[in-house]
Write a protein that binds this ligand. Structure first.
Ligand SMILES: *Cc1c(COP(=O)(O)O)cnc(C)c1O
Length: 361
């Protein structure tokens, strides 16, 4: 059986260092917003080649707080790709704003910059870009559009730790960038965890206040905040894994290379472009007979996933919010996408076996 993911196997190489980190936090007696969070924030900001990082409880909160920090008037419009994971859209709705869907480029799965300007109105305040599957969006034209129309950019970097575009790192493009360290992500914790990065000192201070009850100074509350702090223990574990993230990404790229080279042309493979250093959080192909292919692989002891089976416009929760948008490209992706095993623990022989089996489909 070739599993799609196995978090025990994925984390096993780090168990000894994790145990030491766990003991260190336990013995320190300081469990919330302590030295490990501070150290992780410094290290992760440097890793993203930006100035500030603020740890928060999870990726959704990172998105929610980034948007909240701007304090746009209720009912403002925020542009977001039509094929994103639901969290990006939820963060807009939770802030009382209106998500405006823009279709992706079907070859990159990322928001199509040429469609953004048509979606801008007087109420548009921000663009949320999502570096889906581990590929950074085509940022140069997006930054130019944002400048021209005075829009903020928030990056959703949940799937793109360490990915690059024209030699710039994921998490260094936007006014804010939101990161998730959910256990399956390339830089995954052992529980929920997230962070916001920014180059701007004032914007950093806003998140620092918002995440901790709206309090900059203990027991003095300046704004209505939330409780969304990165756990000291998760920060200690993340500091361990951060040392290995480049190795993890290189490994996933190596496995992706086996698919890219070996899979026959019937499968629509992810594009590879010299402007992009992709980290393959997900390695996916598209195929018109996706469901039959998934079943065939399962019959051959190979597990796969679909990211994601239902397009945001078709989600029951989005009735009345998104259902006036027509998103045929997103729906085509959702109907044909299949994610193949590409975890840190998979062997090259396993990936070659997937390739061989798929090529007989
Ligand atoms: C995982 C993910 C999130 C949410 O992260 P959580 O930590 O689970 O809240 C947001 N956006 C994208 C694209 C994701 O993949």
């Amino acid at each position: 059986m070739i599993e799609y993911e196995n978090l025990h196997k994925l984390n096993k190489p780090f168990f000894e260092e994790y145990s030491n980190a766990f003991n260190e936090v336990m013995e320190s007696g300081w469990y919330i917003l302590g030295k490990k969070v501070e150290e992780f924030e410094k290290s992760f900001a440097a890793f993203c080649s930006t100035n500030y990082c603020l740890g928060v409880a999870n990726g959704l909160d990172a998105l929610y707080l980034s948007l909240k920090a701007f304090d746009f008037e209720p009912g403002s419009e925020v542009i977001v790709p039509s094929n994103t994971y639901i969290a990006t859209i939820l963060s807009i709705v939770q802030n009382g704003h209106r998500p405006v869907l823009v279709e992706p480029d079907i070859s990159t799965f990322n928001i199509d910059p040429s469609l953004i300007e048509a979606a801008i109105t007087k109420k548009t305040k921000a663009i949320m870009v999502v570096h889906l599957y581990g590929k950074v969006c085509d940022m140069d034209p997006i930054i130019a559009i944002a400048k021209k129309h005075d829009l903020k950019i928030i990056e959703d970097c949940a799937q793109s730790h360490g990915a690059k575009y024209r030699n710039r790192l994921s998490g260094s493009f936007g006014d804010y960038a939101a990161h998730s360290f959910y256990p399956t992500k390339n830089l995954g914790a052992m529980g929920d965890a997230g962070a916001v990065t920014t180059a701007d000192a004032e914007l950093a201070q806003k998140i620092k206040t918002l995440r901790n009850y709206g309090s900059g100074k203990k027991y003095y509350n300046e704004v209505i905040g939330v409780n969304s702090r990165l756990d000291e223990l998760q920060a200690a574990l993340l500091l361990v894994k951060l040392k290995y993230i480049d190795k993890i990404n290189e490994r996933k790229r190596k496995l992706a290379g086996i698919y890219l080279e070996g899979l026959k042309q019937d499968f629509i493979k992810p594009v590879v472009h010299p402007d992009h250093y992709d980290v393959y959080h997900i390695f996916n192909i598209r195929h018109p007979k996706r469901d039959a292919l998934k079943k065939y692989l399962e019959d051959n002891q190979i597990k796969t996933e679909i990211h994601y089976p239902v397009a945001p416009v078709k989600q029951a929760a989005m009735k009345g919010i998104l259902d006036h948008f027509e998103t045929p490209i997103a729906e085509e992706i959702h109907a044909t996408e299949l994610s193949l095993p590409v975890s840190y623990f998979h062997t090259e022989a396993e990936i070659r076996q997937v390739v061989e089996t798929m090529n007989k489909f």
